[in-house]
Design a binder for this molecule. Sequence first.
Ligand code: NAI
Ligand code: 15L
Length: 268
Amino acid sequence: PAPRTVLLTGAAGGVGTLMRELLPAYGYDLRLLDLHPVEGAPDAITADLADPRAVREAVRGVDAIIHLAGISLEAPFEKILKANIEGTYHLYEAAREEGVPRIVFASSNHAVGFTPRPGAGDPLIPVGTPHRPDTFYGLSKAFGEDLAQLYWDKHGLETVSVRIGSCFAEPTSVRMLSVWLSPADGARLLHAALTAEDVGHTVCYGSSANTRLWWDLSTARALGYEPRDDSEPYAGKLIAEQGELDPDNAAHACLGGHFVSDPPIWPY
Ligand code: NAI
Ligand code: 15L
């Protein structure tokens, strides 16, 4: 049966805020969780993924989990370790113990961020491209995907790992013309990931049907995802303001954009 009660972790964040507005129209009853209070949602659970007991209580009785919580940008390793690596492990353990059958995991393009971006006429980047994290942040997403694979192979807990591009109301950079996931398409993709049958552990990219797309959406489409948006109407203005991507600029050469070339955040 299609899941009804869904735990949304990271509900106070940018994507969480967009999705908790859009997903109820698909018939979900959302249970919200975040480290911080969720504005306008007094029933939301305030909990830290570092607290296994609180996490186990939060997952009890739900039909599925959308896991967005964590650090969403580069940060010192110790912080990434706690929030994204240990936190995601606590969530999977809680789901296993409580018998939650499926998780939709917010992975990121930064798990494969060092992959050179395709030029005009080059093939799109497949889902099976090797992990090439561009940051400790991206490394934590690569870990999350492998954790999901382990819990499917060993415990039969299903996951759809969505390597999200850039999910914001509008694209704000030339790179985002290629990787943008409109909020409405984001909700369509999460709904597909929650309802498709027999997903095992499926990895897909998460973006709209952008004219300048860099990666292959076929595994997302196989879930039933039909994107309706395209960033192209924003192209003229953004390119006029920022110029075309420069292949000699390290911040423009790979999928991960400036995450590839930003100076590391110390202490390592
Ligand atoms: P965000 O930083 O706005 O939201 C993350 C939320 O997680 C915050 O509300 C934060 O309080 C919560 N959180 C952090 N640590 C926590 C912990 N230990 N326990 C409980 N809650 C905790 O990030 P955003 O943009 O909403 O992204 C959501 C997810 O999607 C993240 O996992 C991010 O890595 C991933 N993602 C987002 C993309 C985007 O375009 N926004 C692109 C690729 C991946
Ligand atoms: C991500 O993984 C980040 O969470 C988000 O804030 C954006 O930076 C996005 O990737 C991106 O690549 O644009």
